[in-house]
Ligand binder design. Structure first.
Ligand code: OOG
Ligand code: MG
Length: 256
């Protein structure tokens, strides 16, 4: 456990990397952090963004695929915050100049109906979501070469950089749906079952992390359930994602 000024300076270091588009080495090179420390740094990082006028409009899960968990040697998902500055309109352009080394991945998004009260042990987020949609997430680790430890990536708001959500549909089961992401000529194919067997399980996992880490969820929040395939480099071109039976979402990477 390190002290608050040290947390604040680590949050500022990550914020500077994001704002300036310049990477930074692993925090673990300089300081030993535990998972609670990492979430505290993430919260301070989000405070810096809020002070610039950004609004938190949801959360995202990461490491919800068994393969990604095994790769990191962890058994718990990670949670980051989404702000309005990260939202890209469906069909819209994404200015890639603001990123360091962006990648894009196909996701499933849920929308929260009422506020979620994390202090109520019996509350289940899965009972509080009303809509579901195909989505893409752009991840852009602030760490050099995307090399990070578990606590690094939590502190770095789980690599969150941008996201787009397709048309919302009334809540329905979305397990075992084919997923296809294309970026120019590159392709990633998979299934929503890669997300903890069924994306709805990501909601249960989210409830646990929100309770443990004091993360609040509000009516209308977007929840990204995690990637259904490996991420593809996003260096330009049109990115198109289809989740079978749920719809499509498209964004275009541009360097104006
Ligand atoms: C961490 C973010 C992971 C997901 O969907 O699993 C993530 C990273 O790989 O940089 O967003
Ligand atoms: Mg993701």
């Amino acid at each position: 456990m390190i002290d608050l000024p040290a947390f604040e300076s680590l949050a500022r270091r990550l914020d500077h990397a994001q704002v300036s588009g310049s990477d930074t080495p692993s925090l673990a090179d300089d300081v030993e952090l535990d998972v609670a420390d990492a979430y505290a740094i993430q919260a301070l990082l989000i405070d810096l963004r809020k002070r610039r006028g950004e609004k938190v409009i949801g959360v995202k899960l990461g490491f919800t695929s068994k393969a990604k968990m095994a790769q990191m040697g962890v058994s718990e998902v990670i949670v980051g915050r989404l702000t309005d500055a990260m939202r890209v309109a469906e069909g819209g352009d994404v200015d890639l100049r603001r990123f360091i080394h962006p990648k894009i991945e196909p996701e499933v998004a849920y929308r929260l109906g009422p506020d979620f009260d994390g202090t109520d042990e019996t509350a289940d987020i899965a009972d509080c979501v009303h809509a579901v949609a195909p989505a893409v997430e752009i991840i852009d680790s602030r760490f050099r070469d995307f090399r990070f430890t578990y606590t690094d990536v939590v502190a770095d708001n789980t690599s969150a950089a941008a996201f787009a959500v397709g048309a919302w549909k009334p809540l329905q089961p979305v397990d075992n749906r084919a997923v296809r992401l294309t970026v120019g000529g590159a392709e990633a194919v998979g299934s929503t079952s890669a997300i903890l067997g069924d994306p709805v399980r990501a909601l249960h996992a989210l409830g646990r992390v929100c309770r443990q880490r004091g993360i609040a969820l509000h009516a209308g929040d977007v929840i990204l359930a995690g990637a259904a395939t490996a991420a593809l480099p996003f260096t330009g071109d049109v990115a198109h994602c289809e989740v079978a039976g749920l719809g499509t979402v498209t964004v275009k990477g541009v360097r104006p």
